[in-house]
Write a protein that binds this ligand. Sequence first.
Ligand code: FPP
Length: 314
Amino acid sequence: MRCSGIESGERARTSGAGMTKGRLRSLWAVINSAIDGGARAWEAERHAEQARLMFREGRAVPRHIAIIMDGNGRWATRQHLPRSLGHPAGVEALRRVVRLCDTYRIPMLTVYAFSTENWGRPRDEINALMNLFWETIRSDLEQLHENGVRLRHIGRLDGLSPDVQKAIAHMMDLTRSNTKLDLNVCFNYGGRAEIVDAVREIVATGVAPDEITEDLIHRHLYTRDLPDPDLIIRTGGEMRLSNYLVWQAAYAEYYSTPVLWPDFGHDDFVAALDAYATRKRRFGKIEEQVEGEVIAVGAATATLRPEHVVKNVS
Ligand code: FPP
């Protein structure tokens, strides 16, 4: 784009005074984009430095963050836009947070993009969310794949259009071997529906009642291959789980912020990490018992993925 801007500026120079404005506009665009690029690089370096400090301090960092991306509709309304336009702004925030997970060496991120209860929203908004999901896979998949992101869909495929199902199968297949960051998208997901599906599967195996254990249930959840989330962030100020990862959240740390999802940025992300680092995770035991373990969790986290270098993905 920048090159074509310069070319049209060159043409303007040779074809009369009226076109000089065009050339100036092109130059201005090039200068602005250079300034933007410089500012982005400077900001990325500042974030990376902050992440390095965090690791040097040996702080506990969550291995798995799950996010309830709430507040898109309110954000749009505040901008005097239709509600549905809050969701594309939400995708921008998601892209930002994926980059931050890379910078802060968080190896797994799970986001709540469409709940089983969201089918109750106005038809227009449902269609907008379905299209957005499909469009985002189309536009971002290649770059995510190049950056080593493994994508998973979590939720029911039933009810999704064949196009969306195909896009999901493709994104999961393509990125299956990536190891840099796990990005799990809960789409057509409900925590209770997940437990119902697990119970149906278990009953179908004819297992005896006394063979039913927590571990067995875990092995029949959609998330059977994933660790439970360490930290659940909810934006938009509400203090509830809204049927999100209800089984897996049993021992997660919960963090709620009034910031609306499209506004969620670096400082909000770091505030959530800071809050997590101060939590004492006891897992039902007493403090003396877990003191060593908690430190070990933090240390293990820091070295979980040595290849997870501190740099900006985009
Ligand atoms: C809640 O905000 C948000 C959702 C129901 C959808 C979240 C979806 C995205 C951020 C897009 C994700 C897309 C991809 C491709 C993963 P709300 O509409 O309930 O906001 P409100 O509480 O202000 O009404």
